[in-house]
Design a protein around this ligand. Structure first.
Ligand SMILES: Cc1cc2nc3c(=O)[nH]c(=O)nc-3n(C[C@H](O)[C@H](O)[C@H](O)COP(=O)(O)OP(=O)(O)OC[C@H]3O[C@@H](n4cnc5c(N)ncnc54)[C@H](O)[C@@H]3O)c2cc1C
Length: 357
């Protein structure tokens, strides 16, 4: 059974960073915040330091026996998204300042790429809607999703193993509509949702902000009294949409989905107007492609050799997920970030001791 493993303490992840920071106070460690790494210093093929810029714009040179790059990937770099990602408009949730700095620095030092286009694919999303939005929570319920032709394209309940849902609708063209009727809207608002959206909107939450969010809708939510009007607003062929909905209603009545064999708990009729369609795009929690590394977290160059003194971790490193994010190991991305950092530090220590002999 899937469950959440959340860091115990106020602010979750922030609490962990704070704990590290407290530890550093008792160690011979200097932490420089608001200081951006800009470039790696390379001498005779070895990385020997980094140049950085402080808050005042001063350039600082830090000499080092080894450098670890850990700047979190390129989720906020539009040019890179355009170049590498199948749907560059993918909504990047919760990412700030992930501009590819580390990948750029490592590339300049001769590092090779791996798995550049891989994303930490999330659930279908809506631009400018916060992850705890009630409209999003309604639209992410696994009832009836259609592509831009008005046809179903997946077992909607794969939103529970969420990368599958984004993978499915990426294959279906990268735009989908979640369809529901007034009876379902009332169910969401009065009884609560059946499928939780992470810990952002938990199961049984009554979507009391649905109507308020509908009023503020910026063109992604369509409401119509008839299915013909809904299809027109969506820009899909009304006969195809109605055929899909009729088929859905047959599956509900017979308690069996003959197309995708979806769990019958997630079959709901679409019968009572007004009807709703929410237009959605892929969303992701970050990028997972970057620098090719070996098992010691050393950056690998184009000839397949490790670049001495250069280590790359977390979302700046590629290859952890092959060509696709998955949920086989909950906390895997965060766990990799933590443990790749640990392994890089251990490897760098070995390297430095080796150099001393
Ligand atoms: C909303 C959300 C939910 C998530 N949920 C999960 C989950 O449930 N399970 C899971 O396993 N993973 C989850 N993740 C993913 C996980 O948080 C990341 O994979 C992980 O934090 C990546 O760690 P990192 O060290 O590579 O990068 P980050 O944690 O992003 O840290 C990189 C840091 O580098 C800084 N930086 C950037 N450029 C520079 C520069 N030039 N110089 C100096 N510093 C720089 C950034 O400001 C940032 O502080 C989630 C991510 C998000 C956004």
């Amino acid at each position: 059974m899937l469950t959440w493993h959340v860091i115990d303490g106020p602010g979750h992840g922030r609490f962990l960073i704070k704990t590290f920071h407290e530890q550093f106070k008792n160690m011979d460690v200097t932490t420089m915040v608001k200081t951006a790494g800009k470039d790696l210093i390379v001498k005779d093929g070895k990385v020997t330091g980094v140049t950085a810029q402080d808050e005042q714009g001063n350039t600082i040179q830090i000499d080092a026996k080894a450098v670890t790059v850990a700047t979190g990937g390129y989720a906020n770099n539009k040019e890179m998204l355009q170049k590498y990602v199948a749907f560059p408009d993918t909504i990047m949730i919760g990412n700030v300042g992930k501009d590819r700095d580390g990948i750029k620095m490592a590339r300049k030092a001769g590092a090779k790429d791996e798995g550049m286009g891989v994303l930490q694919a999330y659930r279908p999303g809506l631009p400018d809607y916060a992850p705890n939005s009630h409209m999003l929570a309604a639209a992410r319920q696994p009832y009836l999703w259609v592509d831009t032709h008005g046809r179903r394209f997946t077992d909607e309940s794969n939103v529970i193993i969420w990368p599958h849902s984004v993978n499915a609708f990426s294959k279906a063209g990268g735009i989908m509509y979640s369809i529901f009727d007034e009876t379902s809207r009332k169910h969401y608002v009065n009884d609560g949702i059946d499928v939780p959206i992470g810990e952002w909107v938990i199961a049984n939450t009554k979507l009391t902000k649905f109507d308020e969010e509908l009023q503020k809708n910026r063109g992604f939510v369509y409401k119509a009294q008839t299915l013909d009007a809904l299809a027109k607003a969506m820009g899909v062929d009304a006969s195809v949409l109605k055929e899909t909905i009729d088929q859905n209603n047959v599956f509900v009545a017979q308690k069996r989905d003959e197309v995708f064999n979806k769990n019958m708990d997630y079959l709901r009729p679409v019968k009572t107007g007004p009807f709703y369609a929410v237009k959605m795009q892929p969303a992701a929690l970050g990028t997972l492609g970057g620098v090719k590394i070996n098992e010691k977290m050393q950056a690998i160059n184009k000839d397949g050799n490790a670049i001495p003194g250069l280590y790359v971790t977390g979302n700046d490193a590629g290859g952890m997920y092959g060509d696709n994010y998955d949920l086989l190991l909950g906390g895997g991305a965060f766990g990799f970030a933590m443990n790749s950092g640990r392994i890089a530090a251990e490897s760098a220590l070995d390297y430095m001791h080796f150099k001393k002999q």
